[in-house]
Design a protein around this ligand. Structure first.
Ligand SMILES: NC(=O)c1ccc[n+]([C@@H]2O[C@H](COP(=O)([O-])OP(=O)(O)OC[C@H]3O[C@@H](n4cnc5c(N)ncnc54)[C@H](OP(=O)(O)O)[C@@H]3O)[C@@H](O)[C@H]2O)c1
Length: 291
């Protein structure tokens, strides 16, 4: 089977590619197909002669999206209309990654795939637009896979930012009133690979298990990194409220995702986020990060 993967050079793409042994891959870069120019998308799909399309490409700068919403909209929504339309015309299955930020965060129990969406920021609105394009064009066997709080040993993410700051500073103040689930891009990559041979379709959720605040996550990063000698001793981590760290984009207070449909469809169980964090840190000891 031949896979066309958009966004393969991003964080998730770099974790996914090694999981795809046995597939023929077509992996255009942003230079090959720029989603800002949506007219290059259908010809790329046609030329690939792929049997399956995976879209990992996205505009992911959540705060910056508030000041350049047209860019987020072009990449996360308008480009996805083109992908969904062409996949529908060619009867190609499509797996598309979306986000917990499509939800408002007003619930206090995990969000199910069918829960109403009410994004609080421009990034979330543009990602929801992409979802709606897929739901409207209904490509054959399309999967919208929502995830949250993604991190790994490459790219740009909370784990790598924390490790850098823990080496540079003696005190960090981290938000403790937003709750979600840190998710290893490797565990998500594993789930994507498991979906490919199935006939699943619809909206699914995947994160690692458990819940945390950004403060909980930072404390765990520090504890686990300290025992691996990745950070110096003596860094103080203090909890703060969101209002003490204003950001351009509003974020949901609570965005834990209900993964039960994914667990049932794939017969998998997520590991606790702290266990997945240990695995990613161990990887950093073994290999030099790409970035
Ligand atoms: N990161 C998170 O915390 C998080 C949370 C929930 C959901 N998600 C979703 O997970 C998916 C993967 O995220 P990620 O962390 O892997 O993001 P990432 O590291 O920012 O990678 C995004 C990819 O999209 C590509 N891209 C950006 N603009 C493009 C354009 N104009 N044309 C074509 N390609 C473009 C990038 O290309 P370059 O490599 O050339 O820059 C990169 O390969 C996204 O759909 C994101 O919305 C992420």
């Amino acid at each position: 089977m031949k896979l066309l993967i958009f966004g393969s050079e991003g964080q998730l793409g770099r974790c996914l590619l090694p999981r795809l042994n046995g597939y023929e891959l077509v992996v255009p870069s942003q230079q090959d197909v720029d989603f800002f120019r949506a007219d290059s998308i259908a010809p790329t799909i046609d030329a690939s002669q792929a049997d399956y399309v995976i879209n990992l490409a996205a505009y992911t700068a959540v705060d910056k999206a508030e000041s350049e919403p047209e860019l987020a909209e072009a990449i996360n929504h308008l480009a996805v209309i083109e992908i969904a339309r062409r996949c529908a015309e060619l009867e190609l299955p499509l797996l598309h990654i979306s986000t917990d930020f499509v939800f408002s965060g007003s619930k206090s129990t995990p969000y199910k795939p069918i829960d109403p969406c009410l994004p609080l920021n421009r990034y979330g609105q543009s990602k929801r637009g992409g979802e709606q394009a897929i739901l409207q064009h209904k490509p054959h066997r399309s999967i919208i896979l929502r995830t949250a709080w993604l991190y790994s040993d490459c790219g740009s993410n909370f784990l790598l930012t924390m490790l850098r700051l823990m080496r540079e500073r003696t005190q960090l103040k981290i938000i403790s009133d937003q709750t979600g689930t840190p998710t290893s891009a490797y565990s998500l990559a594993d789930v994507i690979a498991r979906f490919l041979p199935t006939s699943a379709e619809g909206i699914y959720h995947w994160t690692d298990a458990g819940v945390a605040s950004w403060y909980d996550f930072a404390v765990a990063i520090y504890e686990e990194a300290l025992v691996r000698d990745l950070v110096p001793p003596g860094v103080e981590i203090l909890p703060i409220s969101s209002w003490q760290y204003p950001t351009p984009a509003r974020r949901p207070d609570f965005s834990v995702l209900d993964k039960s449909q994914t667990c049932e469809a794939l017969q998998v169980q997520p590991q606790h986020w702290r266990q997945e964090l240990r695995l990613v840190l161990d990887r950093m000891l073994d290999v030099t990060p790409v970035n």
